[in-house]
Design a binder for this molecule. Structure first.
Ligand code: 4NP
Length: 157
């Protein structure tokens, strides 16, 4: 099962989401991240994202930004978008048959609150910590669901 986290620059939100999700899933899962723009291609995550993750015991410092590619739509089973603009951009790039893989990361998270992970790029460390908490909470729910579904599929074979 392959999961792709997507934001705009792939230096703040989706690298954090990738790092967090990797700590919650077993080895049968592969997690990666990408951006909708290539402006930061090859760069490591924003220092503030690296510091926030490190504060929680997660090392994202070696990740490198990359833009989403056409082959991602074939290669990944689930594609999670950090906000509505990213969702619209990813949906517009995806071939028709692959569109059902794409969803908003915070959608249907059991509350009526925000469905977007706010962009912390223009903010400060507090904004990064807030984003970390949003991502961490939602990753807990998604990881639990995925592992339950995955073991059910395995047991039925
Ligand atoms: P991200 O944050 O999408 O969470 O990686 C941003 C990174 C870079 C820019 C905007 C948002 N930028 O304008 O360069």
């Amino acid at each position: 099962m392959k999961i792709l986290m997507v934001c705009l620059g792939n230096i703040c939100r989706s690298p954090l989401a990738e790092g967090i999700m990797k700590t919650k899933l077993s080895g049968e899962f592969f997690v990666d991240s990408a951006g909708t723009i290539s402006m930061h291609e090859g760069e490591h995550p924003d220092k503030r994202a690296v510091k926030t993750a490190s504060h929680h015991g997660i090392d994202i410092s070696k990740q490198q930004s990359r833009p989403i590619t056409n082959s991602d739509f074939e290669n990944f089973d689930l594609i999670y978008c950090m906000d509505r603009k990213v969702y619209q951009d990813v949906m517009s790039k995806a071939p028709y048959e692959q569109k059902q893989k794409i969803s908003l990361f915070l959608e249907a998270n059991g509350s009526n609150s925000d469905t977007e992970v706010p962009d912390p790029y223009w903010g400060d460390m507090k904004d990064f910590e807030h984003v970390f908490q949003l991502l961490d909470n939602r990753c807990n729910t998604i990881a639990q669901q995925l592992m339950t579904e995955f073991s059910a599929i395995k047991n039925s074979k």
